[in-house]
Write a protein that binds this ligand. Structure first.
Ligand SMILES: *[C@@H]1O[C@H](CO)[C@@H](O)[C@H](O)[C@H]1NC(C)=O
Ligand SMILES: *[C@@H]1O[C@H](CO)[C@@H](O)[C@H](O)[C@H]1NC(C)=O
Ligand SMILES: *[C@@H]1O[C@H](CO)[C@@H](O)[C@H](O)[C@H]1NC(C)=O
Ligand SMILES: *[C@@H]1O[C@H](CO)[C@@H](O)[C@H](O)[C@H]1NC(C)=O
Length: 314
């Protein structure tokens, strides 16, 4: 085996050399999209972006939505997507393409970018960490959401009581849809009629409504090079945790969970997940901890390779 290494090395050098002339897509920057109740200025996010950048040798940008924490809560997800869409269009470093690392809520924003950010630069890989892709069955309890490295300080307590107040008004009312970010991806399996009627973001993102399915979303989603879906086996923030792999509760049930490949979204290929999977472009990974609790070793083996050289990773 060792005497094959030089040949491999030569082959890799040649591939990189050629690609630098024709396809400059092997060295791409990445953006990080943080989760609910978080912001780029927090130590954890700066550190994480820098760590990924150091390990991958690629430029990384933590992209903010509005003012950070408050806007992650109280700006509708649709508006958050629009803002990030404008940002990625304006960052000149991204114009030949880029990868996205999403944390939790950041991933549904990422998919909005992929699917409907008109004239945005192409997204190469999406590395999705603990995402509510198929929805979550309740607005997670504020205290738990602040797991994402945020201390429950006085400001957080005010945010939580405001969020709780809004949830009591009814998550699918148009006021709450327009003013509470996570309301855009809350899917209550025992209240699907209200969800289809009132929820303004997730049914569109997942092409769930038969009479308004958009084939452009499928084309754009299936243009991803690699989709990495990381689920946390002890996730107690997302209900059910399988939503990180596009699994969800069966209609009408809060106990039966359908695996991603048992859902209509996958079987009827509403957004192209099945197409991507059958092309060998989806990796389903699970980690033995709680929401977003990824350690440095796992980060190095599950995220960094997809930021380094997209063509070398399967
Ligand atoms: C990244 O690398 C720089 C330069 O070597 C170093 O100063 C910094 O501490 C590193 N950051 C992290 C998060 O490891
Ligand atoms: C589908 O989405 C694309 C991209 O946002 C949009 O341009 C187009 O108008 C949509 N088509 C329909 C039928 O809604
Ligand atoms: C779904 O995928 C899993 C692997 O992730 C596989 O073990 C299982 O057989 C599949 N189920 C169906 C119904 O295709
Ligand atoms: C990270 O988690 C893995 C299991 O996924 C474990 O084997 C490894 O020891 C952990 N590493 C550190 C540094 O905690």
């Amino acid at each position: 085996m060792p005497n094959q290494v030089p040949w491999c090395a030569i082959a890799i050098v040649i591939v990189i050399g050629v690609s630098n002339l024709s396809l400059p897509s092997h060295s791409l920057p990445f953006i990080l999209l943080h989760g609910l109740g978080n912001e780029c200025d927090k130590e954890g996010m700066t550190w994480f972006t820098e760590l990924l950048s150091n390990h991958s040798g690629q430029e990384g940008y933590c992209v903010e939505v509005g003012n950070g924490i408050k806007d992650s809560w109280f700006t509708s997800i649709t508006t958050q997507v629009d803002e990030v869409c404008e940002t990625v269009k304006s960052l000149s470093a991204l114009q030949s393409g880029y990868n996205i690392v999403g944390l939790s809520q950041g991933n549904v924003i990422a998919r909005g970018i992929i699917q409907w950010c008109e004239d945005g630069p192409p997204v190469n890989n999406l590395i999705s960490i603990g995402a509510p892709h198929a929805g979550t069955a309740s607005v997670p309890y504020c205290g738990t959401l602040f797991l994402e490295d945020v201390e429950q300080d006085a400001e957080s307590k005010v945010i939580c009581s405001l969020a709780d107040f809004m949830i009591k008004l009814g998550v699918y009312t148009s006021y709450v849809q327009n003013h509470l970010g996570p309301a855009g991806y809350v899917k209550i399996p025992t209240d699907l009629k209200a969800y289809y009627k009132g929820c303004k973001f997730l049914p569109r993102l997942n092409n769930e409504l038969e009479d308004s399915r958009n084939t452009t979303y499928v084309e754009r989603f299936t243009s991803l090079n690699q989709l990495i879906l990381i689920m946390f086996e002890k996730d107690n923030v997302l209900l059910p945790r399988e939503t990180a792999w596009f699994g969800f509760y069966a209609a009408g049930s809060l106990s039966t969970v359908l695996a991603y490949n048992e859902t209509d979204l996958y079987l009827e290929d509403w957004i192209g997940l099945r197409t991507l999977d059958e092309a060998g472009k989806v990796s389903f990974l699970s980690l033995p901890r709680g929401h977003l609790q990824i350690n440095e070793t796992e980060m190095t083996s599950h995220i960094v390779p997809y930021l380094v050289d997209s063509s070398a990773v399967m």
